[in-house]
Unconditional design. Sequence first.
Length: 48
Amino acid sequence: MRQDIIYATIPSMSEITNVIVVGHLLTLPLMTIVLAALSMDLFRGRIR
């Protein structure tokens, strides 16, 4: 019984880690784009 529970939890953990990794890979470029846009707006505001 305990081994069945352990084997049942392993795939769910791997799925969670895959979702987290994919989420980080998707959010990092979006965050960099947002930060770049904010910095560009700040520089434009300073130039004006």
